[in-house]
Design a protein around this ligand. Sequence first.
Ligand code: UD1
Length: 336
Amino acid sequence: MKSKIIVTGGLGFIGSHTVVALHEAGFEPIIIDNLSNSQLSALDGIEKLIGYKPQFAQFDVNDAPALRQLIEESKPHAVIHFAAFKAVGESVEKPLMYYRNNVGGLVTLLEVMKETGLTDIVFSSSCTVYGEPAEIPVKESTITKPAESPYGATKQMGEVILKDNAPWCNTQCLRYFNPIGAHPSAEIGELPLGVPNNLIPYLTQTVAGIRESLTVFGNDYDTPDGTCIRDYIHVVDLAEAHVSAVKRLIDKSYQNAFEVFNIGTGNGSTVLEVINSFESATGLKVPHTIGGRRAGDVVKVWAETTKVENVLGWKAKRNLETMLRDAWNWQVKLSK
Ligand code: UD1
């Protein structure tokens, strides 16, 4: 029988790709999603890719009775916990909403896991915990910095909560760098609500004519072309990292109950390099202008990937052009 894996936020951008990767690796994903930042159409896309509609339960992870019932009925082997909000600016405006959903949701999930004897979890963390990194490339041992926003604080608190529960709970904590792209089939991808905050959806919407022009936030930073550097990673590579983490939990091959891994490619790209790479991958022009700096932006960050390669046995395979081509094909599909 296939091992069942609960995926909270399984209809979101990273969640939906992970559901597909879990199926491909021989697991049975069970999705929980409250549709607060996702759409049911993602379930149709998943069905097209895996050949059946996985079990889907629509409720909030703060709903302990619903969670308990689902876990008792389905007897999963592990949980991958994506369900959280992730917009930095919004978190400054509505901090309680972020603490309730991101911190409260995790606490509820852990309480129910403990009650039901479920001990294994993969947690979505972020390179935001490093702030402006003390060293580059960033290692898992690089010191974390005080959070710059409630969103960042919720990720740090999540890590602390999981660490404190290590006596009974086994965690694979994945610190994502900048996930972009979409499934190469263009059946699933990112579905930003309203005006996107992140670079790639804004860029693809601009090229699609939905937005007039992309503003590059600052070109006077201390980087080769003056624009900020990030470690962009293909969402399918990221999804596969979750499968490796789940296998490590199920095989009990971890060395510590709480383990943390950087999930990036190890390569940094500037905003202008992303624009150029998009243009050469697709042959399309990106209308853009240079604007002022965005408050709170980190100047440069990319991952040291030695630990994740050696210990988790995972390495990103897809390059920037592939990420951007897949992001564009998804945008074309959305715009139809
Ligand atoms: C942001 C968050 C990060 C969070 C992630 C997930 C900040 C400081 N960081 O990452 O904590 O985990 O989102 O949602 O907000 N850019 C432009 N023009 C745009 C949009 C972005 O030039 O219209 C630039 C940014 O200045 C940055 C790069 O593109 O240099 C990437 O930005 P973005 O996609 O928003 O990701 P992060 O800021 O890295």
